[in-house]
Design a protein around this ligand. Structure first.
Ligand SMILES: Cc1ncc(COP(=O)(O)O)c(C=O)c1O
Length: 400
């Protein structure tokens, strides 16, 4: 019997990290004890008060049923209060909020909701790989827009205008449907600014392109969290995804949210309500608690990341990489020295010779080829160990 996969999977590979983690597992089975500085999964726990709510609610007999597709009202209110308190954005909890099982699923749901076969979507290069796979799975066509260091990792709006406009200045009717944007940007750490968000909103309005802003990093190593929806009338053209994975240390819980105009929430819900049957109530209530935490929570988190970042700077110095110290988010993005062909070369060299894994920038698009990305999601001792291994003239340094 021959089983064939659907055509929509053509050109969609297994997620890079899922493959690489298998390789790292194999090396570990051979006793290598690889230090993994690749993936952005917080190693720290959520606040104990968050876990307490989960425990208490899960122990109750009446919290185990299917939940409302639109999320529990208490959670939706917590999300709207969070948006007003930190971003100054007023959101109607009944109509403009959609809880998600992680923002990654939201990316897929949005693509499935809006894209027809062949619709064009602007995606950042470099950028989070899920944007392009979700667009392709939904039948859309990816059109990359360049983010380069020389332009401070911002889109070049003149190039964008040329891309979406016909030579005679006519709009390519309906061709470009959506644009994915993400600031603080992963992987480059480029911070958001009001001016940049204004330009993006203006561009979306001018060309009738739905702007999808993915905003999971605004609280990490960033003094002033910013939402694209804080731009005047942004909801007319934009939706925003947010997540508790990074800033609340809840990546494994799978909690995120979409914020947008009532029409957008209703449209995405039409698709999503056919995919899942709501989120476990105790998770929603614990997530509400997490969203109510004050400045102290974020300050403590950032103090830890700052301390780790200093060690990462040392590590990058040893590798002769250069980097910008103004980056936000939970990674450091760094340019590799000339002697390497690309970031994959450097990454493989230290994986096989020093037993340390660092992400090659090329996995985020070819504009990342001359860069690597180091995650801050490891304890200081782990970074110290990695520093020793890299300093050591011998391969491995296992057990150091
Ligand atoms: C830019 C970006 N968006 C979205 C996600 C997914 O986050 P979530 O855990 O909410 O699905 C990630 C996770 O690495 C990310 O880097």
């Amino acid at each position: 019997m021959k089983i064939t996969t659907a055509d929509r999977l053509n050109g969609i590979g297994e997620y890079y990290f899922s493959q690489k983690l298998r390789e790292i597992d194999e090396l570990n089975k051979k006793g290598k004890q690889i230090i993994n500085l690749g993936i952005g999964s917080p190693d720290l726990p959520p606040d104990p008060c968050v876990v307490k709510v989960l425990e208490e609610e899960a122990a109750k007999p009446n919290t185990h049923a299917y939940q409302n597709y639109k999320g529990n009202p208490a959670f939706r209110i917590a999300i709207s209060e969070f948006y007003e308190r930190w971003y100054g954005v007023k959101v109607n909890p009944n109509t403009e909020v959609l809880p998600l099982i992680g923002s990654k699923e939201g990316i897929m749901h949005i693509c499935m909701t809006y894209l027809n076969e062949g619709d064009k979507v602007l995606i950042p290069n470099p950028g989070y790989p899920t944007y392009s796979s979700a667009v392709k799975l939904a039948g859309g066509q990816c059109e990359e827009y360049d983010l380069i260091e020389e332009n401070d990792w911002e889109p070049d709006f003149e190039t964008l205008e040329n891309l979406v406009t016909c030579p005679r200045g006519e709009e390519r009717e309906g061709a470009f449907k959506m644009m994915w944007v993400n600031y603080p940007h992963m992987p480059t750490g480029k911070q958001a600014s009001v001016e940049l968000f204004e330009k993006i909103v203006l561009f979306g309005k001018k060309h009738n392109i739905l702007i999808c802003h993915d905003n999971p990093y605004s609280f990490i190593l960033n003094e002033k969290p910013l939402s694209l929806l804080s731009i005047k009338d942004a909801k007319d053209v934009a939706i925003e995804l947010n997540s508790l994975s990074k800033a609340s240390n809840m990546a494994g819980w799978r909690v995120g949210m979409m914020i947008g105009a009532k029409e957008r929430v209703d449209e995405v819900l039409r698709f999503k309500s056919n995919m899942d049957s709501g989120m476990f109530l105790p998770v929603q209530l614990a997530a509400s608690k997490a969203l109510s935490l004050g400045k102290n929570w974020y300050d403590e988190l950032n103090a830890t990341y700052k301390e780790r970042r200093e060690l990462v700077y040392q590590l990058l110095g040893m590798l002769n990489c250069s980097y910008d110290k103004k980056q936000g988010g939970m990674f450091v993005w760094a340019r590799i020295p000339q002697k390497y062909k690309n970031g994959y070369d450097l990454s493989d060299e230290i994986l096989y010779n020093k037993n340390v894994f660092i992400t090659p920038g090329g996995i985020f698009g070819n504009n990342g080829n001359r860069y690597i990305r180091v995650s801050l999601c490891a304890k200081a001792e782990v970074f110290l160990n990695a520093l020793q291994r890299i300093a050591s003239p011998n391969a491995a340094g296992v057990g150091a």
